[in-house]
Design a protein around this ligand. Structure first.
Ligand code: NAD
Ligand code: UDP
Length: 316
């Protein structure tokens, strides 16, 4: 049995990771400041003697003896990370320093949840790990993009200078149950709008693309990455290369919910990437027997069921 710290464990991906690592027979410490996460996401784990919840902000040091650390703490949706951009930078940079310092002190292996946003608005498709990106360092997304890029640099340099065992995964758009209802991400926005019969807000002409991966496939890849030999530390893209335009997604969600909602076009936010699609050759080669398994339509159906249940409980 390993003792594992998950920062951002009460968030969307973090809560699924907590669940899965407990199921695999580990002891899990879930650390979160509840900025975008919620106790409701992990409340079903509270009775488990191998699960602990800690309210803490990673911009302050935290000490605990653990074998592994998954560093997920950071708001992930553009709406939330732009609300307090300086805090976003501090979480990414100071938070990473604190978690890397902890890993160094106790000899823990540490995995960084990096992002496809390190590629910015990419000018090559699909994006391989060797691509350096096309990021506006001054734009509204820079607090997140540059924060995550700096965190990757910190990880690489803690490895070089201090022999810390690191892993970096670059996660592409992940969706599924427990995405924060207010965080403005496209999948949760469209499903909630469709279920409530409100207009579906498509930004720009809707022809921009994303490649959506169901959360179970993301979690599986993160765990497999943690298990790779120490010599392999990434970065490695994890995502589902099935690319879809935003307008196609909107139409699929209207159809699957049986909603009467209409499409409403709104201005495209500044620096919104036009196209995003992961090259996952490295992941397929290095993450033992991993491949994305959940098709978009099946994953969207499961996510619709989740939001329907929140609606029935009066939580939306
Ligand atoms: P989320 O917002 O649901 O989860 C982030 C969690 O971190 C929340 O529970 C939040 O309360 C917590 N948190 C934020 N700042 C903190 C701080 N200073 N100290 C402690 N806790 C803090 O987002 P998510 O989608 O679950 O994303 C998890 C991680 O994966 C993030 O690091 C994100 O950048 C990365 N990621 C996610 C996606 C995606 O599509 N979901 C894509 C790329 C990368
Ligand atoms: N988007 C949209 N309507 C919404 C929310 C988002 O058209 O209500 C678009 C957004 O402009 C972007 C894409 O959907 O092009 C994905 O947005 P999201 O915030 O989910 O993730 P990210 O831009 O970080 O990939």
């Amino acid at each position: 049995m390993k003792r594992i710290l998950i920062t951002g464990g009460a968030g969307f991906i973090g809560s699924h990771l907590c669940e899965r690592l407990l199921k695999d027979g580990n002891e899990v410490i879930c650390l979160d400041n509840f900025y975008t996460g919620n106790k409701r996401n992990v409340i079903h784990l509270f009775g488990n003697p191998y699960f602990e919840m800690v309210r803490h902000d990673i911009i302050w040091p935290y000490f605990i003896e653990v074998d592994e650390i998954y560093n997920l703490a950071c708001p992930a949706s553009p709406v939330h990370y732009q609300q307090n951009p300086i805090k976003t930078i501090k979480t990414n940079v100071v938070g990473a320093i604190n978690m890397l310092g902890l890993a160094k002190r106790v000899g823990a292996k540490i995995l960084q949840a990096s992002t496809s946003e390190v590629y910015g608005n990419p000018d090559i498709h699909p994006q391989p790990e060797s691509y350096w990106g096309h990021v506006n360092p001054l734009g509204p997304r820079s607090c997140y993009d540059e924060g995550k890029r700096c965190a990757e640099s910190l990880f690489i340099n803690y490895r070089k200078q201090n022999d810390v065992k690191i892993k970096i995964v670059r996660i592409f758009n992940t969706y599924g149950p427990r995405m924060n209802i207010n965080d403005g991400r496209v999948v949760s926005n469209f499903i909630i709008q469709a279920l409530k019969g409100e207009n579906i807000t498509v930004f720009g002409n809707g022809l921009q693309t994303r490649s959506f991966q169901y959360v179970d496939d993301t979690v599986e890849a993160m765990i497999k990455m943690m298990q790779t030999p120490d010599e392999f530390f990434g970065p490695v893209n994890i995502g589902n290369p099935c690319e879809c335009s935003i307008i196609e997604l909107a139409k699929m969600i209207v159809e699957l919910t049986g909603s009467a909602s209409k499409i409403e076009y709104r201005p495209l936010p500044e620096d919104d990437p036009g196209q995003r699609n992961p090259d996952i050759q490295l992941a397929l080669q290095m993450l033992k027997e991993w491949t994305p398994t959940v098709k978009l339509e099946a994953g969207i159906k499961r996510t619709i069921e989740y939001y329907e249940s929140l609606l029935t409980q009066g939580l939306i």
